[in-house]
Ligand binder design. Structure first.
Ligand code: ZN
Length: 242
């Protein structure tokens, strides 16, 4: 057997943290969609790592609600419910209004250079029609704002919440790559730079309302239709309830 040649990406030395980050990014960027089975064996092969290490990573992802673990059936990319989505946005509103107000109070009167750079990257992706990149960047916008507060509890939680939002969007509307309306990020950054905490907070809340409203839950159930219930008929005698 010929010895394996050099690969583009040598994964043999990846730490658990790096494996975690790669799986996390793939889910967050919607390269792995909700409901995808995450086979321990195949991930172990892909990362040249032991199944024990993969299991540890999957366990951590499940604690962050990004992955669901089922007894006997294994791990799957989470499928957030409508209720999950409402809860995600409840918490995002609470955290992100505080982030916006805090940044305006702290940095009012100066230019937020990292955010300006980020807005330019979003504009470039939009102009190039690169919807996947735009979706990634619009999520990153919210995480970056949280990072600038230098409060890790804000940034860690935002990372999780943005990943969960991506999962919801991927599950509900495969066509909608980004739920962040154009210009709203720029308006928020402007209010922060102007030092207007009230306005920054209000714009953030309105923005999150728009994001949530832009995510349309599916209206047609794909399966599990109960015809007996719909038509008011009883199941045929002898038929087994399923
Ligand atoms: Zn946004």
């Amino acid at each position: 057997m010929p010895s394996p040649g050099p690969t583009d990406d040598d994964v043999s030395e990846l730490s658990n943290q790096e494996i975690y980050e790669r799986i996390y990014a793939a889910i967050s960027d919607r390269r792995l969609l909700p409901g995808t089975k995450l086979s321990e064996e195949r991930l172990a092969q892909a990362f040249h790592a032991s199944r024990t290490r993969i299991r540890e990573v999957l366990m951590r992802l499940s604690q962050e609600l990004i992955v669901e673990l089922h007894m006997n059936r294994g791990a799957f990319v989470a499928r957030p419910s409508e209720r999950d989505m409402q809860q995600v946005f409840e918490v995002r509103r609470a955290l992100e209004r505080a982030i916006a107000a805090q940044l305006a109070t702290r940095y009012g009167g100066q230019a937020l250079a990292p955010m300006r750079g980020h807005l330019e990257a979003e504009a470039r992706a939009r102009a190039a029609g690169d919807r996947a990149e735009l979706a990634r960047l619009t999520g990153v916008f919210h995480v970056r704002l949280a990072e600038i507060t230098e409060n890790r509890l804000f940034s860690d939680n935002l990372r999780r919440l943005v990943a969960l939002t991506s999962l919801v969007i991927a599950q509900y509307d495969a066509q909608a790559h980004s739920a962040c309306p154009e210009h709203e990020h720029g308006d928020i950054v402007e209010a922060i730079e102007a030092g207007d905490a009230r306005r920054a907070e209000k714009l953030m809340l309105t923005h999150l309302d728009h994001v949530e409203a832009g995510i349309q839950p599916p209206t047609t159930p794909a399966r599990g239709i109960d015809f007996e219930q719909i038509f008011g008929t009883a199941p045929a005698k002898g038929s087994k309830a399923r």
